[in-house]
Design a protein. Structure first.
Ligand SMILES: NC(=O)c1ccc[n+]([C@@H]2O[C@H](COP(=O)([O-])OP(=O)(O)OC[C@H]3O[C@@H](n4cnc5c(N)ncnc54)[C@H](OP(=O)(O)O)[C@@H]3O)[C@@H](O)[C@H]2O)c1
Length: 271
């Protein structure tokens, strides 16, 4: 294990961690990354079988793992569950990783309002609410870390994923603003902006997934960024360059180019 790896895993090692999206690809990989003796992991998701399976792996690695079914579309219920957990244990690290994505079908001209609402809740409104609650406790204690998972989609006006790209853009601005607000109080906020990760979410896409990274590599990069108290981590690095190119391109040209991008997604039932 390199010096960098040791730092990410052990230096400033949080003892109590809450992870949303722990039943999914990246969340489960993060749970496994942190699971070790002496650590307590609160693992949130909706799919009981997958949550129990990841909790079992974490216990085998020596951690205490407490799975909980929480639907992030119901923000007040999620906030109540978070407050209950905080009453039980002071959380050192909160990783809000759950997310949903949707691509408009080629034969549709708009996205569906119900899906847009779910996307707003899961990707933006509820993580923002929970991060704010986490911050209130951490600020009182004078330490703590909050990790959020955005996407490189946040950096582009994606015509075929308006809800997804804008929810991640909102989350990114929230995270960087919260970091600015909390740094003087000893609390760090990190947002990850990944490209393609090999999980159920990206496996729904039809076609190429360039610069694909494994969920384990993504978990390592996210945990490293949190340990180093970075504000933003973009991976793979090429996407940071594309962000810059997009920002420098006149909107009219960028939009014309982005309208030419054809992305298709399998329906949830088939994936
Ligand atoms: N995969 C990629 O290529 C990629 C790229 C950029 C960013 N990301 C981001 O990375 C994060 C993790 O995604 P992933 O790739 O691990 O996808 P995933 O395997 O599909 O996992 C998504 C997770 O979110 C949870 N979730 C979805 N809706 C929820 C809801 N209403 N309430 C509670 N939990 C809910 C899922 O829980 P259940 O399964 O239990 O319902 C699951 O644990 C997401 O924020 C995603 O936007 C992914």
């Amino acid at each position: 294990m390199s010096r960098h790896d040791r730092f990410a895993k052990h230096s400033l090692a949080p003892r109590t961690i809450l992870i949303t999206g722990a039943s999914g690809g990246v969340g489960a990989a993060l749970a496994q990354f942190y699971a070790s003796p002496g650590q307590t992991l609160y693992l949130w998701g909706r799919n009981n079988a997958r949550l129990e399976a990841i909790a079992k792996i974490c216990r085998e690695q020596g951690a205490q793992a407490i799975p909980r079914i929480v639907d992030l579309c119901d923000a007040p219920a999620a906030l109540a569950a978070f407050r209950e957990t905080e009453k039980e244990t002071a959380l050192d690290l909160v990783i809000l990783g759950a997310g949903v994505s949707d691509i408009r079908a080629a034969d549709e001209k708009t996205e569906f309002p119900e899906i847009v609402l779910d996307t707003a809740m899961v990707n933006y409104a509820t993580p923002m609410t929970l991060a704010t609650e986490a911050a209130r406790h951490m600020v009182k204690r004078g330490y703590g870390a909050i990790g959020l998972i955005g996407s490189v989609a946040a950096f582009h006006d994606l015509p075929f994923a308006t809800a997804y790209s804008s929810s991640k853009a909102g989350l990114t601005r929230f995270a960087t603003a919260l970091h600015a607000s909390l740094k003087p109080h000893g609390v760090s906020v990190t947002i990850a902006a990944p490209g393609y990760i090999d999980t159920a979410m990206s496996r729904r896409l039809e076609g190429a997934r360039p610069f694909l990274v494994s969920p384990e590599k993504a978990a390592f990069l996210i945990a490293s960024a949190i340990a180093h108290k970075k504000t933003v981590v973009i991976f793979p690095k090429l996407f940071a360059f594309l962000k810059l190119v997009d920002a420098l391109t006149p909107r009219r040209w960028a939009h014309a180019l982005l309208r030419c991008v054809k992305v298709k997604q399998k329906p949830l039932a088939e994936s």
